[in-house]
Design a protein around this ligand. Sequence first.
Ligand code: ATP
Ligand code: MG
Length: 354
Amino acid sequence: MRTHKVAVIPGDGIGLEVIEAGKQVIEALAKKSGDFNFEFEDFDWSSKRYLEQGEYIPEGGLAKLAKFDAIYFGAVGSQDVPDHVSLWDLRLAICQGFDQYANVRPARVLPGVKSRLEGADKIDWVIIRENSEGEYSGNGGRVHQGLPDEIGTELSIFSRKGIERIHRFAFEMAQSRPRKKLTLVTKSNAQRHGMVLWDEVFFEVAKDFPEVEIDRELVDAVTTRMVLKPETLDVVVATNLHADILSDLAAALSGSLGIAPTANLNPERSFPSMFEPIHGSAFDIAGQGIANPVGSFWTAAMMLEYLGENTAAERLMAAIERLTESGMQTKDLGGDAMTRDVTAAICADIEAQG
Ligand code: ATP
Ligand code: MG
């Protein structure tokens, strides 16, 4: 019996609901398989905790997390805490503390899901986001605060090491996919230092991957290509900021924010990786039982694959696709199914599979 130890951080808002649903689905998969089980440990690191105790992560918290095989994360964000505090104190503290430098975001229109984009069925992308430096390195400062000549700087940091490892990861991802295409995205016409370094290192790494077909695009141009010629993209690699924006666009084009998953990987496996749906805490619908849990399920499938449970991951993806195809949908997709209905349907499908 293989045992996977997973730290669970549901976080805020609908994070609590969709992660609970995800755990049920994972339990159903483990029961079906009989070969593995999951030991979940819950951590109440949330905005509620921050407001009560002044911190998201307790002293020694990261060291505790380090012994898990993976982290299953919900969402963080609250009206009562500035977004830059909750983001940096919890999510980024984990991503940076565990050097989860590769953020992976698949985008695909699931059967039965309507996209607003004509031809969206041709979307089959993986967006690779550099997740440890760049525009979100947290460097900068403010002077003359509150005065008319106040200045704020936000410094992007791009290191050769950081660039090379994300490109190498992206090439490996492209190489493992049927179309073997990789598009480099930067803005090296207007930004002539760090972005040019990004381009240069990309073409150096490309020499080690002769079977991958490469091309390059400026970030503004690639947004139009995503909308007008979605079939021409496969794997896309971009910086922290650029890929953040592109992956939200990708999620919107492929149906709903409620469906899309993401993985924050430490590819060397020196530290645990973290898996989360891309949506936020969505307080407007929290507590009503109407959140779409599919993003959390797809996230679980990525986590299962990462943990080597490929059969379970395939079973789960098959169940998700049958669900969306059947037309059972939550409100965000135009239906009236509740979170618990969708969860029960997925569990029943898993149980019934051969
Ligand atoms: P954050 O500030 O953490 O990004 P948010 O409150 O802005 O969180 P988002 O997750 O960014 O919320 O989502 C924006 C809107 O999309 C939500 O307010 C909600 O109405 C809808 N939404 C997001 N995720 C889901 C979901 N899983 N199911 C249903 N609707 C969702
Ligand atoms: Mg938001």
